[in-house]
Design a protein. Structure first.
Length: 561
């Protein structure tokens, strides 16, 4: 059972720039010395590793400063949202080790209040109903170097705007017929200030409010006001929202409500990965992956299924820190964090992915010995296990070479190696398939005086191999994963290409492996280290009759063959 306690702050780590801002606010007594953050996902997809960074940041700040953190769903677009996404987001946040307690909110909780805020703007002459189509609005917005053109409906009277807005709410106009726009400045150098849309008509049932509403606030209108309603002190956003902040500030000032402080930080960009929800959805819909929880996906549910732990992800978030400028984090750092975590917790077992049969000519035919093997050398309290040893064994194909080149310290004709937790063996001969020439068996002898743990076992040999007993090993499906993309930045496609062109056709390989019998009772998401190969996790598909393991990460930065 995995612990879900949040990771303590890294000793000696200096404050990041957000913590410096918060501590200055606390010193000055701002917000009554409160710290109240929120994690505000849109329920239109599954969360990914980038969201995990934001979750760890927002909930971590709340914990560090004895404050509070809300979970708020910005559910303002019923066309793209679904209860499935809401449920998955809650599961992911809990799995990462965070608790929003009784503070689960939705922008839809505030629809009536947001409507009243819109009326305040209309009464002040700061918003108007516009009949232009979406395309017409886009065409008249101008460019960053050329001012936009004012809507012909911009100067409607307050009474006319209130009347039209009420009829919009009553459902008397079709989708796209009218919108409510803020009246700001069509020549502003900030495109987001050029009379942005704040309400649109959508005749689609909402997953929480049903058909009560047919007008919905735009994200930029609902987001800041929801923060204000919840009395959020520090509204933590990613950098793409920096240019939206003047509009948020304008709305807060014109409506005359409490003003949270918005702080932007760099979003997480990970090498060999795409983070766009749209692109991840395309991967799922076009069946390039098996689903949102495909272990090759950067989604939290995908990482969980692959075998990542919440502790490793939280450590990764702490390690990369909080930056003010966008950069790309090497995926090797994420893999390092999972290795560090699993090294301490994962039990060791022996498994063979590419079996080569070893026959011990001088080992008794019907004898089965039980060898004692350490479960985890990093954790003495993990104890030992018994591993059956018999005349016929499997080792990895790559651990034998008939004509070794260079410094090859594994098994070869006339050479000796130690079998992990067992005996020293010596290669005597090989048997090949007469047609293909492929080696079918390697015949060896074992030295009965070299049993691991016995006083006579101190004789030194350079190579140590893992193995399994042929007649005791359990057959298992082994899923090996490589990068989903072949290039570090699949978003930066060459001309005429898209990120799809960089999908790695070898990102998943399925093998039949043989594992020692101690794994028979494993459960989904149990973590094991296959000695000398990597860390593996039991997949959801696994049963007692059909074991399935996902490779979480190799022992080093390489892919198993």
């Amino acid at each position: 059972m995995e612990e879900n306690n949040t990771k303590d702050e890294i000793p000696g780590r200096s404050l990041n720039f957000i913590e410096e801002i918060i501590e200055e606010d606390l010193r000055s007594g701002k917000n009554g010395n409160r710290v109240h953050t929120r994690f505000p996902p849109e329920p239109n997809g599954y969360l990914h590793i980038g969201h995990a960074k934001s979750i760890c940041l927002n909930f971590g700040l709340g914990k560090k400063y004895n404050g509070k953190t809300n979970l708020r769903f910005d559910d303002t677009n019923p066309v793209k949202e679904d209860v499935e996404y809401v449920d998955s987001i809650k599961e992911d946040v809990k799995w990462l080790g965070f608790d929003w307690e009784d503070r689960e909110f939705y922008a839809s909780d505030y629809f009536e209040q947001l409507y009243e805020f819109a009326l305040i703007l209309i009464r002040k002459g700061k918003a108007y109903v516009c009949d232009m189509s979406a395309d017409e609005i886009s065409e008249t917005r101008g460019t960053p170097t050329r001012p936009g053109k004012e809507s012909p409906f911009r100067n409607r009277t307050v009474d006319e705007n209130i009347d039209l807005f009420s009829h919009m709410r009553a459902g008397e106009f079709p989708d796209g017929a009218k919108v409510l726009r803020a009246k700001i400045d069509m020549s502003s150098p900030n495109m987001h200030m050029r009379d942005p849309i704040i309400y649109r008509i959508i005749h689609t049932s909402h997953h929480r409010t049903g058909d009560t509403w047919c007008i919905y606030p735009m994200y930029d209108f609902a987001h800041g006001q929801s923060d204000s309603i919840e009395k959020i002190t520090h509204s933590i956003c990613t950098l793409e929202f920096e240019v939206h902040r003047p509009f948020y500030d304008w709305l807060i000032q014109e409506i005359g409500i409490y003003a949270p402080r918005q702080i932007e930080f760099a979003r997480l960009n990970l090498s060999y990965t795409v983070m766009s929800k749209r692109k991840l959805l395309e991967l799922v819909q076009n069946k390039f992956v098996s689903g949102w929880d495909d272990p090759r996906m950067p989604t939290i549910c995908g990482l969980r299924r692959r075998g990542y732990t919440p502790e490793a992800i939280r450590n990764f978030a702490d390690t990369i820190g909080v930056a003010k400028r966008d950069n790309v984090i090497d995926i090797n750092l994420l893999e390092f964090c999972i290795r560090e975590d699993l090294n301490a917790r994962a039990s060791r077992v022996m498994g063979v992915l590419n079996p080569l049969k070893i026959v011990l000519d001088n080992f008794p035919e019907d004898l089965v010995e039980e060898m004692e093997a350490v479960n985890n050398p990093e954790n003495p309290s993990a104890g030992i296990r018994k591993v059956p040893f018999s005349k016929e064994l499997y080792i990895e194909e790559e651990d034998f070479m008939e004509n070794p080149q260079g410094k090859f310290f594994r098994l070869s004709p006339g050479k000796e190696v130690r079998l992990r937790s067992a005996y020293i063996i010596k290669c005597e001969s090989v048997i090949k398939d007469p047609i293909s020439g492929r080696i079918r068996e390697v015949h060896c002898t074992y030295d009965p005086l070299t049993k691991s743990g016995m006083p006579e076992s101190n004789r030194k040999v350079k190579g140590t191999l893992h193995w399994v007993s042929v007649k005791h090993a359990l057959k298992a499906e082994i899923r090996l994963y490589d990068r989903l993309f072949t290039v570090e930045n699949p978003d930066n496609a060459e001309e005429g290409k898209t990120y799809i062109d960089y999908l790695n056709p070898d990102s998943l390989q399925v093998k039949t492996g043989y594992i020692e019998p101690s794994v028979k009772q494993v459960l989904p998401l149990d973590k094991l280290q296959f000695e000398r190969l990597g860390y593996f996790s039991v997949d959801y598909d696994s049963t007692a009759e059909n074991l399935v393991f996902n490779c979480v990460v190799t022992l080093k930065d390489k892919r198993p063959k």
